[in-house]
Design a protein around this ligand. Structure first.
Ligand code: PLP
Ligand code: CA
Length: 304
């Protein structure tokens, strides 16, 4: 396992895969910059008749907004080709016929996806400043709403102590559902500081609530199952391409797909070596079938 893609493997992939599932950030682009070779490869695979899907743990856009971003950068996409964690969270609650109200930590796009399914929520936005209140005192607006039966935690760059307090209080309540869009530790950005990801926000809520959330995004299987149902996908004819072993590659393994790790994002070959050596069964799911320096390496080998 974890062979470097060469000409023979590329040809095998081309003949045995009908559906390519791409993680976005770190595979297709970094922030708003297309990674050289990715565009040609995706467009070339589509021209060969392959189906292309985009599977992202990012919760800050709706499916429609993600499709717009893809198209703006040149990647062929419609809303139906996208699964993002704002959408999958709303779909999950819709499918369970959830009728209560949702306390959301997130951004307006999560609210928009919930609205599309007619799911009631608290609305999104920075809480009012709380500077006059000692942190350990009840804060304004902390009267708990008895209609709230679910907490959904996604990426929120305005995360605050009162929001953690409210989210943990609702999550802790007996019978309430506690969902997290994803648990990515940090966002890989080319800056000299750490950019905390949704995982750091989720952790602050779950530690206080003393309860584990149900995670919607990769490495869980929800996003693949949603595509599988909608498009009748056979996992043995799918390839997941990702840059993060503990999310993208692990989801592929958990779903019975092959996987291709590209080295343009978070995970390195040294990480893969450590996962192989650890003997931990969870780490075994992080080991990809193949790797390539970048997605464009596959495209080049296929003459795309
Ligand atoms: N969550 C947020 C808020 C992000 O901005 C990103 C990447 O930009 C991600 C998650 C990871 O996205 P992906 O699964 O496409 O790598
Ligand atoms: Ca990624």
């Amino acid at each position: 396992m974890c062979e470097e893609v060469n000409a023979k493997i590329a040809t095998d992939i081309s003949s045995s895969v009908d559906n390519f599932l791409f993680d976005c950030d770190g595979v297709l682009w970094n922030a708003n910059e297309v990674i050289p070779g990715s565009l040609e490869t995706v467009k070339g695979l589509k021209a060969l008749g392959k189906r292309i899907f985009y599977v992202t743990n990012n919760s800050t856009k709706t499916r429609a907004e993600y499709a717009q971003k893809c198209v703006k950068l040149g990647f062929p996409a419609t809303e139906d080709d996208i699964v993002c964690t704002s959408y999958i969270s709303a779909l999950y609650l819709h499918n369970m016929n959830f009728k209560g109200k949702i306390y959301v930590v997130g951004n307006p796009s999560i609210g928009a996806e919930l609205d599309r399914f007619g799911l009631r929520h608290t609305g999104i936005g920075p809480d009012p400043p709380d500077e006059d209140q000692p942190a350990f005192q009840p804060v304004p607006g902390l009267d708990l709403d008895p209609e709230i039966k679910c907490v959904l935690v996604g990426f929120d760059k305005y995360i605050s102590y009162p929001k953690i307090m409210k989210a943990a209080s609702y999550a802790r309540q007996e019978g309430n559902i506690f969902l997290a869009t994803n648990e990515d530790s940090h966002l890989p950005m080319d800056v000299p500081y750490v950019v905390p990801g949704t995982g750091s926000i989720v952790t602050s809520v779950k530690v206080a609530a003393r309860k584990e959330p149900v995670v919607m995004g990769k490495p869980q299987t929800n996003m693949f199952k949603c595509l599988q149902e909608a498009h009748n996908l056979d996992p043995s004819r799918c390839m997941m391409v990702g840059d993060r072993c503990n999310t993208d590659i692990s989801m592929a393994t958990n779903c019975g797909m092959r996987s291709l790790l590209v080295l343009t994002g978070v995970s390195t070959l040294a990480d893969v070596g450590a996962y192989k050596a650890s003997g931990d069964p969870t780490h075994a799911t992080y080991v990809p079938t193949y790797y390539a320096s970048r997605l464009g390496q596959l495209g080049k080998l296929l003459g795309l």
